[in-house]
Design a binder for this molecule. Structure first.
Ligand SMILES: [Zn+2]
Length: 198
């Protein structure tokens, strides 16, 4: 894809609107804090996901918003997360990528519960890794999936800007505050003080 002169100011101003690159960054970023075995799964899930998004709507991608991929809501609870499930049969256990992307708190809980339930049914029945990987996946899914702080700081900054544009200042402030907790960013601090009216 070439970025011609057409993708100019609007694309720049809406630097928020890059779910595709979030997917890819999620793939790269979640490798570090989560351990080696995990990172392989995540990059797989995110690449698949990104490729699917790209094939579905190559033209629409630059206009997609930072929003919950399930309910399209934009608020301060948005986080980029990746979920997994586990399948086992006798001596074979597989940990598979489930879903990944940007979710609000409520959709994240539903995703976590759904994939944990599937793991709870299908994950245990392999020796010895079934129970071990199942517990790991269930705990992680119920905590909101694998997440990367730096990536979510950027996401929340973008969500805050969208909310501020819409005039939803209290929620924009909450998004910027959540971003600041994850990463120190002078630009976010400045946006926060503007919104608070100093
Ligand atoms: Zn949602």
């Amino acid at each position: 894809m070439s970025s011609g002169p057409g993708r100019s100011s609007r694309a720049l101003r809406r630097s928020a609107s890059r779910p595709l690159s979030y997917e890819l960054e999620l793939a790269r970023a979640t490798g570090s804090p989560q351990g080696a075995g995990w990172s392989a799964d995540i990059s797989k899930v995110s690449q698949t996901e990104a490729a699917a998004v790209w094939e579905d709507a190559p033209e629409a991608a630059p206009d997609l918003e930072v929003a919950c991929r399930k309910c399209r809501k934009v608020d301060s609870t948005l986080r980029a997360s990746a979920f997994t499930y586990v399948l086992s049969a006798v001596f074979l256990t597989l940990r598979r990528p489930a879903s990944s992307g940007i979710f609000c708190r409520s959709c994240r809980r539903k995703e976590g519960a759904k994939w944990s339930l599937l793991t709870g049914v299908l994950g245990w029945w392999g020796f010895p890794w079934g129970p071990i990987l199942s517990v790991q996946s269930i705990v992680r899914n119920l905590r909101g999936g694998a997440q990367d702080g730096g990536l979510n700081a950027e996401l929340l900054k973008a969500a805050g800007q969208t909310l501020a544009d819409r005039g939803e200042s209290p929620e924009a402030i909450r998004a910027f505050e959540a971003s600041s907790k994850l990463r120190d960013d002078p630009a976010v601090t400045q946006l926060l003080s503007q919104l608070r009216g100093y």
